[in-house]
Design a protein around this ligand. Structure first.
Ligand code: FAD
Length: 288
């Protein structure tokens, strides 16, 4: 199927893109990699009359370190994240998660900003960003505001992004040296979305968990932060008892929709298992 016809705009700056968005209003959609938007247009779930392509705006690309944070332009592709030594060395959880997304074709066009703006609970970046305590810079006609990843995702295909705003930058505090990480994703085959997945970022003090962040993919209308499991693990060693309790607490907040990947009970159980594996792997990678 081909999408309905639309007018194409290619602004060269964030300011120009914002002006177009303001003047075209609800008839326009921003275009990033197009790997979520174009399938929706082909299915007639979205029928914008204008597409504003963000691809020619240099300020929206690239990864750099500033102070204790990594700053990532929203139009940075998955492939560029994977090729970035800064991402691999400073925030390996993000590299591991990006490598699990779709296939090389999708990763060469799909962008981190598009993945986060789409609000699809099957997308992997929302849980990764929650586990990393990331913030998002949203730029609109009145200037910039910064919002936390935890709280940004409001519901199915719904985020805090206003219709006249662009997600311009992602800010990730670099995790403490020696902290462990893991993204465990169950998928039926390469190129599929997660049946369930868990992101973990963890610090140990001696044998005990000093700090842990746990976030879940595709087991609710939005990515979830597993607060009760995080609290239960803090100060405890990673062993069968604490892993069992963390898995139980994680499963208690799962509300997955049944689909071709499985029923709610199966997905919930798989989320518990992905959480156990992610915690074990992160603890094994952590150095006190
Ligand atoms: P687009 O499709 O261009 O845009 C998506 C939405 O975000 C649109 O509404 C657009 O207007 C809006 N938007 C884009 N950029 C911005 C911005 N900077 N500010 C504000 N709004 C913006 N994703 C996963 O996470 N995991 C997977 O396993 C996975 N598997 C896939 C498998 C296939 C076969 C395909 C086709 C896609 C898959 N995806 C997966 C989705 C893919 O990662 C998309 O690239 C991503 O969801 C959207 O990014 P995009 O750059 O393509 O955005």
């Amino acid at each position: 199927m081909i999408p309905p016809s639309f007018e194409y705009h290619a602004p060269r700056s964030i300011g120009e893109a914002l002006s177009l968005l303001a003047s075209l209003g609800g008839d326009a959609k921003l275009l990033a990699g197009g790997h979520s938007l174009l399938p929706m247009m082909k299915l007639r779930f979205a029928q914008p009359e204008h597409l504003i392509d963000l691809a020619r705006i240099p300020d929206l690309r690239g990864v750099r370190e500033e102070g204790t944070s990594l700053l990532i332009g929203a139009m940075t592709t998955e492939a560029e994240l994977l090729a970035s030594p800064l991402v691999r060395n400073k925030v390996p959880l993000l590299a591991e998660g990006a490598a699990s997304i779709a296939d090389p074709q999708v990763r060469s066009r799909g962008t981190v900003g598009g993945d986060l703006s789409h609000g699809d609970p099957g997308n992997d970046h929302p849980a990764l960003m929650i586990a990393l305590d990331a913030s998002f810079v949203l730029t609109g006609p009145k200037g910039q505001r910064t919002v936390k990843a935890d709280g940004y995702f409001l519901g199915l295909y719904s985020t805090q992004l206003a219709p006249d705003e662009i997600l311009t930058q992602i800010r990730i505090p670099v995790p403490a040296a020696g902290s462990g990480w893991s993204y465990q994703k169950l998928k039926r085959k390469t190129g599929d979305f997660a049946t369930a997945a868990t992101a973990v970022q963890l610090e140990l003090k001696g044998a005990n968990v000093a700090k842990v962040a746990i976030a879940l993919t595709n087991v609710a209308p939005t990515a979830l932060k597993a607060r009760a499991a995080e609290a239960a693990l803090t100060g405890k060693p990673i062993n069968e008892t604490s892993l069992g309790e963390a898995a139980r607490l994680v499963m208690s907040i799962c509300k997955p929709a049944a689909d071709q990947r499985g029923d709610a009970e199966y997905k919930t159980a798989m989320c518990g298992e992905m959480t156990r594996r992610a915690l074990l792997t992160a603890a094994a990678r952590a150095k006190d």
